[in-house]
Write a protein that binds this ligand. Sequence first.
Ligand SMILES: Nc1ncnc2c1ncn2[C@@H]1O[C@H](COP(=O)(O)OP(=O)(O)OP(=O)(O)O)[C@@H](O)[C@H]1O
Length: 275
Amino acid sequence: MGAEHLLDLQDLGKTYSTGAVRARILEGVEFTVDRGEFVCVVGPSGAGKTTLLKCIAGLTAPTTGRTLFEGEKVTEPPAKLAVIFQDYSRSLLPWLTVAKNIELPLQKARFPARERPGIIAEALANVGLEGKGGVYPWEMSGGMQQRAAIARGLAYQPDVLLMDEPFAAVDAQTRIDLEDLVLGMSRRLGMTVLFVTHDIDEAVYMADRVVVLSGTPAAVARDITVDLPGERDQVQTKNLPRYGELRAEVFGLIQAAKRPAMQRTETVPARRMVP
Ligand SMILES: Nc1ncnc2c1ncn2[C@@H]1O[C@H](COP(=O)(O)OP(=O)(O)OP(=O)(O)O)[C@@H](O)[C@H]1O
């Protein structure tokens, strides 16, 4: 029997300890993501969004709770999960062509060599980079590099794509193009996407659901269903009264979260010396 949810976060908490200082970043985070859903996580800067994504991806261990991916507890990065980070300039290897960059994870996942050129060509076509396999990352614009990074994530056909502020480093026009590219791709391929952003407009525009993180330490303040028409359009969707209402709701939650809250760090007292 398949798992009820593709991702299931249960009572997830994370505390970083640096010397005697303990910083509680996340506490009791709970939500689910179902197959085919596009879920955005928003929260104030520094709330712990990247930390949450790293816990889900198995890149860092949570202090409490767990993430289930297809019903299995995540203890290391699952093979069928891809992560796209914000910093594309550090995620692509500059000494390899785009095609070779895309091929690396395919080799690791043992895709047969004869199938790889077709998979690479299809991934490049999906992000509008047809025929660019022979180009080096440093010969491309920032937006093209991020599209190449997305193609690499897509190529090995993950069950879920985790994206951490993937468009934060590109200019505003490229950002709009990439939003529509990822949205179109996710609909066409029936992909499941968990997308972390601090941009409220981006979250409401792209998501089926917006999970708002707030509090100190952060937990889920609200899990909002985005009841906008499935087909999104940068002008029409953003002109809908419902879009404005949803945007205002998320904005209000994030503003409330920014108000001074409980201190999240504590100093652990040094053990009394026993004479
Ligand atoms: N490895 C670490 N060790 C100690 N503290 C850390 C570590 N990683 C992150 N932090 C702290 O945890 C807090 C949350 O960081 P995180 O990057 O998860 O937040 P964020 O919401 O993604 O931030 P932003 O919106 O600025 O990208 C920050 O105060 C950060 O300094």
